[in-house]
Ligand binder design. Structure first.
Ligand SMILES: [Ca+2]
Ligand SMILES: [Ca+2]
Ligand SMILES: [Ca+2]
Length: 446
């Protein structure tokens, strides 16, 4: 990889900042420079995270997937000139039946993050017994600038013998942790309606939710926009909301004959999955592209739910949303369908089964777009701003935190059907405190 690209990616990573905390991106990529209302003035980028400490049964490898693999490795001594060719190598097998192979390494940047630049390569063994590189993650990390992780995406991996190669570009930190996982080939379901690449003409007024199925240029098109999966998924969110708070989100619909159906748009991205995740700020890369391509309705009247066929910049980011810290309406939220298996991003619900893990992610992000949870909320989670938890400032989160059933807990825990919107109604929904209330959102029906 050229120095130029390394520097560019390092700058992108610097703008993204720390992924595990809410990032105030006042001068970052979230600020539009072409008239968009997606995130005016100041906004925060807020991730919903996976951490196995908070995981519940039902999270893990999706049905039919080749099992994921984890390992601990030790990188060789630093080799900035790439002269020795040394690497920490681990072989593994790819079985038939996977659409995507994703590999990630993470490591400790050190107490004083200075030199911690490791790089990741993925090779496939050819019929001649030689190794061919099929993926890489080679962002720069230096002096606190850049997350201590690398992620590689291999689309439609041919079955066979593979290896990961971890090269020490310039790191005094040698120990790393590896994770690789597979997205199984999806069984194609019969299309329920025709595909649309544009926002169809609205048939109801008012503020509403618009769904976009976004596939990177090299990604597998699983037709979630036309096979009923996303339509059912969004319907199950409203089933949950009706049961919990007696409200429903207003959805962007169109007339299919005489039947109103969810208006889902299909967008094929300009970049590869590796390019979006390698940008170091995947939500900015995706949403800036969408804005340039004309997805620019006001955030006060249209909110975009993006279902993205690939991972974010870190495997443990299940969803990401923007949040306006000045009280306006942010517009963009993304469910990373290729996130690590523990996120459950493909655990879709239906009105019959109730909301699954995927809906717990999407609805959580929707509330962030509305400014939830304000920093003034009594159960504000100080280690993970704009979320709720019971831990006091500076304290670690308990795995049995009573707030873990709340929709706005900072880690994925339960499927949506087992969640609640604002436990005790004292933080963000139908509360009696003098600050913004999600109950007053213009996005509710009726
Ligand atoms: Ca690196
Ligand atoms: Ca529409
Ligand atoms: Ca509460």
């Amino acid at each position: 990889m050229s120095v130029h690209v390394r520097v560019a990616r390092r700058l992108a990573a610097a703008v993204a900042g720390a992924a595990v905390a809410a990032v105030i991106a006042g001068a970052g990529p979230a600020v539009a420079h072409h008239g968009s209302l997606a995130c005016t003035d100041q906004c925060a980028k807020v991730p919903l995270l996976f951490d196995e400490r908070f995981a519940r049964s039902g999270t893990g490898n999706p049905p039919g997937a080749q099992p994921s693999e984890e390992w601990d490795g030790t990188a060789p001594a630093p080799d900035p000139a790439n002269a020795t060719g040394l690497a920490d190598i681990r072989e593994f097998t790819v079985l038939p039946g996977s659409d995507v192979l994703t590999v990630e390494i993470t490591w400790d940047a050190g107490v004083i993050p200075l030199l911690y630049d490791l790089d990741l390569y993925v090779d496939r063994k050819t019929a001649f017994g030689t190794w061919q590189q099929v993926g890489d993650g080679t962002n720069g990390q230096l002096a606190g600038d850049g997350e201590a992780n690398e992620l590689a995406v291999v689309q439609r991996p041919e079955p066979g013998t593979y290896r990961t190669r971890v090269v020490n570009w310039a790191s005094t930190q040698l120990a790393y942790h590896g994770l690789l996982w597979f997205t199984p080939t999806q069984k194609s379901k019969k299309a329920t309606s025709g595909r649309s690449t544009v926002d169809r003409r609205d048939i109801v007024g008012g503020s509403k939710i618009h769904v976009i199925y976004f596939v990177p240029s090299d990604g597998q098109d699983n037709q979630l926009d036309v096979n009923g999966v996303l339509e059912n998924s969004v319907a199950s969110m409203n089933t949950f909301l009706e049961g919990d708070i007696g409200r429903k989100l207003r959805l962007d619909t169109y007339l299919d004959g005489k039947t109103p159906r969810l208006d889902v748009s299909f967008v094929r991205g300009d970049l590869t999955a590796a390019e979006y995740s390698g940008s170091g700020d995947a939500i900015a890369a995706v949403t800036q592209e969408l804005e340039h391509r004309g997805w620019t309705e006001s955030g006060a009247v249209k909110r975009y739910f993006v279902y993205y066929e690939g991972p974010a910049e870190d495997s443990n980011i299940c969803g990401t949303a923007y949040l306006s810290i000045t009280g306006g309406y942010a517009q963009w939220s993304v469910v990373w369908l290729g996130a690590a298996p523990g996120c459950g991003a493909r655990d879709f619900g239906t009105p019959e089964t109730g909301g699954g893990m995927s809906e717990a992610i999407a609805l959580h992000e929707n509330f962030h777009n509305e400014g939830m949870v304000p920093l003034t909320a009594p159960h504000q989670c100080w280690a993970f701003s704009f979320h709720l938890c019971s831990a006091a400032a500076g304290a670690a989160l308990e795995t049995l935190d009573p707030e873990s059933i709340d929709l706005l807990f900072p880690f994925v825990t339960f499927p949506l059907r087992d969640k609640v919107v604002d436990r005790d109604h004292d933080d963000y929904y139908d509360h009696s405190l003098p600050y913004r209330d999600m109950a007053d959102s213009p996005f509710w029906e009726g």
